[in-house]
Design a protein around this ligand. Structure first.
Ligand SMILES: [Ca+2]
Ligand SMILES: [Ca+2]
Ligand SMILES: [Ca+2]
Length: 365
């Protein structure tokens, strides 16, 4: 397993390098035994696709160049051993080297340090043109660890640790092209001053690969957190299958999550309006019929009465009906056929709060 990727010059690492000789930290998956930091052999199969995936994993926007360390003096010599060979990536949009195939069998000429692969990454970051719901890890030593940030409402912000658990951590890591998390607690020195966009994140399916399917960008900032509660996330590879996400996989997740919310909201509103109409229309019809018949029984005063009922609210309408009915006992036959209230218990069966889970304002630090 390629646990980590970094770039070195003359064997020295700096997190500021966007070009250099590639080092990977490799462990074997079954026993967990560590092979340590080592190089990738620059052979005939190492090309721009593989170099771009390495740059993507480092957070840079692909590779502008790549080659064999012995062909340039720019990056010195790295005496670390060559530990992987035959790297082959199917897409230059992959996010991690683990999404590619590779071999631990090292061809004889690869042993030489001159065959160490180097890459030159574009200096732009993969989050420079962000989409709503994109996430990134910031200010960690390596690209697989850092403060979790989400792009929302045109701005990067942080994620509060309230309710943030192992399933949420795994979904976020899968969005980034990893298979599992290594940590999701603790916060990083140098607190963010950006907005806190997400609070009480709850993912229910660990098979999801986009955090926005759990919680879309909030339309307003609503939380009860401090930046000391910002999630710092570490991602890794494990026996779980590595995510097949690419640079653009989650690009439309947030908008579709918002669409689903809008559709659900629309349906709830429509059902509510229908219920109101179902309840009020028969009452008004019965009301009008009752008044009309009552007025007819008194003879020639229907016009005035109907106008009053039409302009009145449901409550006064009902009240008029009952008064009319009681004042004119001649309608006994009508009352039996049209009991105006029966069959329409207005509130029963429609508890307005149903379907809206209680807000959890608890602050489980
Ligand atoms: Ca080497
Ligand atoms: Ca909270
Ligand atoms: Ca907390």
């Amino acid at each position: 397993i390629v646990e980590l990727v970094r770039l070195v010059r003359s064997g020295i690492y700096s997190s500021t390098y966007s070009s250099g000789i590639v080092q990977i930290y490799y462990s074997t998956s079954s026993s967990g035994s560590i092979l340590g930091w080592g190089n990738i052999c620059y052979d005939s199969s190492f090309a721009s696709t593989e170099a771009s995936v390495i740059c993507n994993q480092l957070g840079y926007n692909g590779a502008s160049s790549y080659g064999r360390a012995g062909s340039t003096s720019s990056y010195g010599t790295d005496n670390a051993a060559t530990i992987i060979d035959d790297v082959n990536c199917a897409s230059s949009s992959y996010l991690t080297l683990e999404q590619c195939s590779l071999s631990l069998f090292i061809k004889s000429y690869c042993v030489s340090n001159s065959y160490d692969a180097y890459v030159v990454c574009y200096s732009t970051r993969i989050w420079d043109n962000p989409y709503s719901g994109q996430i990134r890890l910031r200010e960690g030593t390596y690209s697989s660890y850092g403060r979790l940030e989400v792009y929302c409402n045109g701005q990067w912000g942080t994620v509060c640790d309230d309710s943030f658990g192992s399933i949420d951590a795994r979904v976020a890591c899968r969005q980034l092209g990893y298979s599992y998390y290594s940590t999701y607690t603790g916060n990083l020195a140098g607190y963010s001053s950006s907005p806190i966009w997400l609070d009480n994140v709850i993912c229910t399916s660990s098979s999801s690969t986009c955090l926005a399917y759990c919680e879309s960008c909030p339309s307003s900032q609503y939380h009860n957190c401090r930046h000391s509660e910002d999630v710092a996330l570490g991602c890794k590879f494990s026996s779980y299958a590595t995510s097949t996400n690419t640079l653009s996989t989650c690009q439309y997740a947030d908008s579709s999550a918002s669409d689903i919310a809008a559709i659900v909201g629309g349906v709830v509103a429509a059902v509510f309006i229908c219920i109101v109409l179902i309840i009020t229309i028969p009452i008004c019809i019965c009301c009008c019929l009752g008044v009309g018949i009552g007025a007819a029984a008194r003879g020639g005063r229907s016009t005035t009465k109907t106008t009053v009922v039409g302009g009145a609210s449901d409550v006064s309408c009902t009240a008029v009906t009952s008064q009319t009915t009681s004042a004119y006992p001649a309608q006994s036959g009508y009352d039996a056929s049209y009991p105006p209230q029966q069959g329409y218990p207005p509130q029963q069966g429609y508890p307005p709060q149903q379907g809206y889970p209680m807000q959890d304002n608890s602050d489980s630090i």
